[in-house]
Design a protein around this ligand. Structure first.
Ligand code: NAD
Ligand code: TYD
Length: 354
């Protein structure tokens, strides 16, 4: 079968990537989707069992930091576009092992940029597009009532956000220097099905179910802006197809919560869904030593993507959170397989497994 276009999606076995792969495979049957993933601890092909046999889907196991491999992959498939999500993504891990973040997030991204530049230069980039998926954490930590805009200065505070900021700068530098047709997005915190249970929501859902402590960093006053992962995938589809070359779009849900308020809401919904007496799950809340350099507040102003491309979230937070809890409760096997290595976040291990 011949396809109209071939798109490389990196990190497609991970949390957000799996939703992007699913959306593109189902929505664009005339496009071939190549999912490149190293299958680190965070990559899980079980996130994609429903589409793995689709005729327009191919999985390639590989490392974006491996230059020869990436150059070969571009020769093999002659990609029309790249949607780059592969990354080391967890702040706590970046505090413990920052070099992994430099290798994958910085060197891996530059490898992809080089391969795209080399493979596409003869065609003068006609019809090509390199889409880099990034985070709002590159803008740093807010301490007033303001919001992150596309032109907010970068001020990354964690090794994770420093590595993502560096990769964003390289993407823009390749556009400026070589005219590579790039587009970037910076998104707020995602939640939803298939998230590795080291991140706040899946970790706490699992701990509530199994009656384990809920390790709240510091006083739980830090603020995050939460977006349902399927809405992020919809935004990526919109920006990939309609975003202007060289532009950046912020993606967010206008949905700010202090950690402790979010955790209390989660506890309340979990009590109802598990048929437990009100207040049962809240008793599991345990305040632990704060994360080193813990960013206080992230908040995205998503006006540009709304006004220019017409994207807005499709679900309310109440709907999204309820759907998310239901998914984890219905997919206990998925969770058990991941957690059978007795894995919890590094900080949780430190404080709870003594
Ligand atoms: P994730 O950790 O769930 O998935 C990352 C995927 O990348 C995994 O499948 C992993 O196997 C793969 N990977 C890691 N190193 C690789 C390498 N060297 N070569 C090939 N594949 C490799 O991450 P996520 O939460 O799905 O995040 C995806 C992207 O979105 C990241 O770039 C992240 O910075 C960005 N982002 C995440 C959030 C969020 O809330 N999770 C918010 C905004 C932006
Ligand atoms: P996380 O899901 O790790 O995302 P990020 O650090 O990228 O925002 O954490 C979300 C918030 O929850 C953050 O303020 C840290 C806090 N947190 C806890 O209080 N306890 C935990 O066990 C975890 C994993 C996070």
């Amino acid at each position: 079968m011949s396809f109209k276009k071939t798109i490389l999606i990196t990190g497609g076995a991970g949390f957000i990537g799996s939703h992007v792969v699913r959306l593109f495979v189902n929505k664009y049957p005339d496009c071939q989707i190549v999912n490149l993933d190293k299958l680190t601890y965070a990559g899980n092909l079980e996130n994609l069992t429903d589409i793995e046999k689709a005729s327009n889907y191919i999985f390639e196991k590989g490392d974006i930091a491996d230059t020869a491999y990436i150059q070969g992959l571009f020769k093999k498939y002659n990609f029309d576009g790249v949607i780059h999500l592969a990354a080391e993504s967890h702040v706590d891990r970046s505090i413990v092992a920052p070099m992994e973040f430099v290798i994958t997030n910085v060197i891996g991204t530059v490898n992809l940029l080089n391969a795209a530049k080399d493979a596409w230069k003869e065609s003068k980039y006609e019809g090509k597009r390199f889409y880099h998926v990034s985070t709002d954490e590159v803008y740093g930590s807010l301490h007033d009532g303001s919001f992150f805009l596309e032109d907010t200065s970068y001020d990354p505070q964690s090794p994770y956000s420093a590595s993502k900021a560096s990769s964003d700068h390289f993407v823009r530098a390749y556009h400026n220097t070589y005219k590579l047709p790039v587009v970037l997005t910076n998104c707020s915190n995602n939640y939803g099905p298939n998230q590795f249970p080291e991140k706040l929501l899946p970790l706490f859902i699992n701990n509530i179910q199994t009656n384990k402590a809920l390790p709240v960093y510091g006083k739980g006053e830090n603020i995050r802006d939460w977006l349902f992962v399927i809405d992020h995938a919809r935004a990526i589809d919109t920006v990939y197809h309609e975003g202007k070359v060289g532009e950046t779009y912020n993606i967010g849900g206008h949905n700010e919560w202090t950690n402790i308020d979010l955790i209390r809401l989660l506890c309340k919904q979990m009590d109802q869904k598990l048929g437990r007496a009100a207040g049962t799950s809240e008793k599991l809340i345990t305040y632990v030593t704060d994360r080193a350099g813990h960013d206080f507040r992230y908040a995205i102003d998503a006006t540009k993507i709304k006004n220019e491309l017409g994207w807005v979230p499709s679900v309310t937070f109440e709907q999204g959170l309820s759907l998310t809890i239901d998914w984890y409760l219905a997919n206990q096997v998925w969770m058990d397989k991941i957690t059978s290595g007795a894995y919890e976040s590094y900080y949780a291990q430190q404080y709870l497994n003594k």
